[in-house]
Design a protein around this ligand. Structure first.
Ligand code: G3P
Ligand code: CA
Length: 308
């Protein structure tokens, strides 16, 4: 089966994915050759639908995203749940359904719910409309398999483990569970379009050393990267995911040295997160030469890049 992302993964692994550099003066000019940069659907097409839902992932697929991004947390019986936060969203009825589990702030923690309980929770959009459900990683993998069978293309996945050290401290280790789920979903080896990302260095090291992970690894960087982040990433990972503001100063609009240093170290660069900002994504891809962008609007990312 062909994959939408594997060619691009091979390209940036080989260092051939660097976007065409063009001079910048106002609007970024149209490139002679489209970039191989990948468009990463941040939490699905989360600019259009509630994040991390199967609906948001399906739309991202239809918008031709190269990678779908699930953030992952773990529920009480060890299932990986697509969620950015450790607590259930305030747009859910979790606290109404499970008042005994709500903390002093009225929040229900995902680690306190069994999967069967979590499945009962409904979520609305930001306008308080609609009825959505939390997705598990297993369900996302099932959706991807279904869509892949229909289209003959296998979309990439770039899961991010949230707070893996904290999960481990409460008896919910995540790394092995992620590897097992990916294997069950047909993502088995380095040739499959999966990239693992995390802010936690130790977790990335565990993926490799303890769980035989051969997928490319990406170290996520805080707004203010640590002095040795790039050096560490160069030793252990294939790429970094920096905050976009550490690449382009938001006050001055001036490009920092981060991309240059990362590329000198052989690292690919995937800045986060772009909203409905086609021109900004175009600038990062064609002027700065990033290997991919995280965006809530994958259609705008695809348009910014053009067709490779
Ligand atoms: O993983 C890259 C980016 O998504 C990190 O930010 O907070 O949206 O997970 P966050
Ligand atoms: Ca993320």
């Amino acid at each position: 089966m062909g994959t939408r992302a594997d060619i691009k993964i091979r390209a940036w692994r080989a260092g051939a994915g660097l976007a065409l550099l063009v001079a910048s003066c106002g609007t970024t000019p149209a490139p002679a050759t489209p970039s191989n940069a990948v468009v990463i659907a941040h939490r699905g097409a989360s600019g259009y639908l509630p994040e991390h839902t199967l609906e948001a992932y399906t739309v991202a697929w239809e918008m031709d995203a190269d990678f779908l991004e699930p953030d992952l947390v773990m529920c009480r019986d060890g299932h990986l749940i697509c969620s950015h936060d450790l607590t259930m969203t305030e747009r859910s009825n979790a606290a109404l359904l499970y008042p005994d589990l709500a903390d002093s702030d009225g929040k229900v923690w995902i680690k306190d719910l069994f999967l069967a309980e979590l499945r009962m929770v409904e979520v609305t959009n930001e306008e308080g409309e609609g009825s959505y459900r939390y997705a598990t990683l297993e369900e996302l993998l099932g959706l991807v398999q279904l869509l892949s069978a229909r289209t003959g293309e296998k979309v990439g996945l770039i899961p991010e483990l949230k707070a893996p050290a904290w999960h481990r401290s409460i008896g919910l280790p995540m790394e092995g569970a992620l590897m097992e789920a990916l294997a069950r979903g047909g993502y088995l080896s380095r040739g499959d379009p999966v990239v693992i990302q995390c802010f936690d260095r130790d977790s990335l090291q565990r993926m490799r050393a303890e769980h035989g992970c051969t997928f490319p690894l990406v170290l996520c960087l805080r707004r203010e990267p640590l002095g040795d982040d790039l050096g560490w990433a160069a030793e252990h990972c294939e790429g970094v995911a920096p905050h976009r503001k550490s690449i382009e100063d938001p006050e001055t609009g001036v490009k920092t040295e981060l991309i240059t240093r990362a590329h000198e170290l052989g690292l690919s660069v995937f800045p986060y997160t772009f909203g409905d900002e086609q021109e900004a994504m175009r600038r990062f891809i064609y002027q700065y030469g990033v290997e991919g962008v995280f965006t809530d609007y994958p259609d705008k990312g695809v348009a910014a890049r053009g067709r490779p």
